[in-house]
Design a protein around this ligand. Sequence first.
Ligand code: SF4
Length: 678
Amino acid sequence: MGGVLTTCPYCGCGCNFVLQVLEGRVVGTSPVQGHPVSRGSMCVKGWNAHEFVHAPDRLAGPLMRRNGSLVPAAWDEAMASAADGLRQTVARHGPDSVVFFSSAKCTNEENYLMMKLARTAFGTNNVDHCARLCHSSSVVGLAETFGSGAMTNSIDELAQARCIFVIGSNTTEQHPQVASRIMASVHGGGALIVADPRSIRLTQFAKIHMRHRPGTDVALINSMMHVIMAEGLEDRDFIAARTENVDALKRGVAAYGPQRGQAITGVPAEVIVQAARMFAQAETAAIVYAMGITQHITGVDNVRSLANLSMLTGNIGKPSTGVNPLRGQNNVQGSCDMGALPDVYTGYQKVKDPAAREKFARAWGVSRLPDSPGLTVVEAMHAAAEGRIKAMYIMGENPMMSDPELRLAEKALQSLDLLIVQDIFLTETARLAHIVLAGASFAEKDGTFTNTERRVQRVRKAIEPIGDTRADWQILCDMAHRCGYAGMNYSSPEDIFNELAALTPTYRGMSYPRLEPWGLLWPCPAADHPGTPYLHKDTFARGKGHFSPVEFRSPDEMPDEQYDLILTTGRIYFHWHTGSMTRRTSPLNRESPVAFVEISPEDASARGVRSGANVRVSTRRGTIELVARVTKDVAPGVVFIPFHFYEAAANLLTNPALDPEAKIPEYKVCAARLEACP
Ligand code: SF4
């Protein structure tokens, strides 16, 4: 048996493990001691990360739709048909009639190629990926306040923090390695504050649990800042030396005394006061958040508020502090870094900036590049449903499970003249495609992923692509060639990495040899630079940190007589994202085989519902049936549904209302009704 060191394909922690190989098959994983994040441990998903690779229903080769059914096709025919279809669509309807969805599951090199393909071969900025649905609010909010939209500090530093404020993150379930550092801080005497509408595992170890009403984060944080300023606990030296606009913040939070905070959030005023003091008085205090903060129509405001809190208390630009958005998928940070977004190239260089356009046009050998930002994921779906988008090329994404209000996604995809899906399984989205291109899994290709703490690290090929599948980077290069663009000839992923690093200031000092053994944290601007564990040390990326006061706004849809509960959605420990990999992994499926809804004992009893009973949950957008789990983990008036289960897809119910700046949908709050099944 052989072994190949690589990076986990699941969460943004970015653990490394050894893939065990026997006779051309991956048969297991084993931990590695030296890795700075995983340190010889893995969660249950990592231990089982090999099984889906050989799932019996892996796509074995390309498929084409004939007489209404998807049937096997030769690569040459499928690629020729896809390339012709894309070219004809652009010729007939213009470059912006085509949309490209890149993938947070794929490598940096592949994301770079996808956005390069869209911009060079087709002349459109219509390229986006699922970061839009999880952390686009972080990118916008932190870029405005700090000048850079990534996790400010490294994972390991959390273990030494004297106070950690976890808000909107079920960390033990979704980012187990981050949770282990939070627990190390607690065991070392650090204070843990958790703000979450649900009781989560971390609340057992928290000094304070603020169980605020879903969607009231801005009011809660404003109220904490009100207390900090009223009691003179702000870091005046830091504010004077490093920030601007504090007077506006003072005015902005003046009306959010703790009593008003209590009225809006439901958290007792004295608890808000206690939390504010605990955070402000700690020697080092870090903020950790995830999609409980970002997936709201006020997602950017929520992020701004957290940035304000960190600057107000001087907890930024130092070890074991900072504002730390936990990225969901294995390479969602890298997909953003690679410019798989409609408004930026790699390293967040703006498409609107003439100098950036000229730089990339010269490097890519094209005379011009499009200058106006393209459509985001949700905007593209709306445009397709309205007939303005004619073709989509979707790589490694499953919008038929991950988009809000799935009926709209289905209508949009079915109305396309051409849908090309590149994936490793026949996902819910691939089933609607005209052409399916069979990609390779993480075990079958080389490349890099960037984890949530900005660590760029190697993915290494352990086995040959299964059946007649191909690595995504090779498919993309072939597509570019067939579409008449000659600038995507690469001999290896390393070749691609060298090109993208040269164009990206934060990656410029990196190379495959330098990423040995455990990667580098960006920014790494020169070949002798050691990488950067924490950001904004002496100055913010934008110069001075900018306080951005925000007013509380209610969620888009609140309970009423007809829909009397708040539905919030999320993830669970045993499954990942749309379940396309974890639900094909027997130990994970055994532990959590069916869709469920969590409901409080009070609400269950009022509806005559017992744990284990089948219930129906409805919103204005649809109805699903699933099993009730009666638990005090959710507060009365709130129900929770994980979104991994296609047979009871939570996103049939969710609200597509968008944050006006980040265009992220409000997955975390909508009005719902629950009743026992007859
Ligand atoms: Fe590590 Fe996350 Fe993979 Fe678990 S899922 S092994 S925590 S990277």
